[in-house]
Design a protein around this ligand. Structure first.
Ligand code: SF4
Length: 259
């Protein structure tokens, strides 16, 4: 007889909310499949955090890789770096591998959107996927997520010390101060990100991660001072740096990459 039970899948982004959801659901849905769509361009801190999470969950986090990586798709898209208007990276490296993994059977997909957020997150249009939002259903907000992670012993991924969200090291959604953070914490990755930027010798058109400024320009000492000064000048939030960093994450524009 055919098994009609749906599969239960929780997509991890490497960020705090989906990790907290994994912790929250571990004993509620023991058959849960935990998956991480790995662009292979993630931060080392993300991979470290996933390893800790695996130990806590007591089962492997299934890594989903796109059949072809970022560099292949960059070629397909004519060398155009992805941007908020042309976000081919999310489609090719995150959504497609996830949907392929899900297949055509019935699936319940668990999403870590909190009760204090009004974004919807990634909801597949595949009819066999039903989304559930346990934090919303149970009224869990930002402070609850921090508590869940702290009580589990996992804490937060280390990159939160200098960056507001998970995702690829070269993600174009980064702020200037986060690019400066990448340069400081991972100069090798900064160099790799820089190597993707090009100038068309014929037209002079620049292909940069951020409009109007190349990573070479951003890395100039004076510019770095300016960026850091501006970032320090932001109004302080009540409970210091961590709260500041985490409140900022609420603006995350890349739902599947950052939840
Ligand atoms: S994290 Fe950023 S660069 Fe990576 S897939 Fe998502 S939107 Fe694209």
């Amino acid at each position: 007889m055919m098994n009609k039970q749906p599969r239960h899948i929780l997509g991890l982004s490497g960020g705090k909310d989906s990790a907290a959801l994994a912790v929250y659901m571990r004993d509620r849905v023991p058959e849960m499949e935990y998956v991480f769509t790995d662009t292979q361009k993630e931060l080392p801190e993300t991979y470290d955090f996933l390893a800790k999470l695996e130990a806590y969950l007591g089962k492997p986090v299934i890594r989903l890789n796109a059949d072809r990586g970022f560099d292949h798709w960059l070629q397909v898209y004519g060398g155009y770096l992805p941007s908020s208007r042309m976000r081919w990276c999310t489609r090719q490296l995150k959504l497609k591998p996830f949907e392929q993994y899900v297949g055509d059977g019935d699936v319940v997909s668990y999403v870590g959107i909190r009760a204090d957020e009004d974004r919807e997150g990634y909801i597949s249009t595949k009819p066999n996927i039903r989304a559930r939002f346990p934090f919303k259903e149970d009224g869990l907000v930002h402070a609850d997520i921090l508590r869940i992670l702290e009580e589990s012993g996992l804490g937060l991924p280390d990159y939160y010390k200098w960056r507001t969200r998970s995702g690829c090291y070269f993600c174009f959604f980064q702020r200037k101060s986060e690019w400066a953070g990448l340069l400081e914490h991972h100069p090798d990755l900064y160099e790799k990100a820089k190597a993707y930027e090009k100038v068309d010798p014929e037209t002079g058109q620049r292909y940069t991660w951020q409009s109007g400024e190349s990573l070479e320009e951003l890395a100039k000492p004076q510019r770095l001072v300016q960026i850091r000064t501006r970032s320090d000048a932001r109004p302080a939030r009540p409970s210091g740096t961590l709260a500041e960093v985490l409140s900022d994450e609420d603006e995350a524009p890349c739902a599947i990459c950052t939840i």
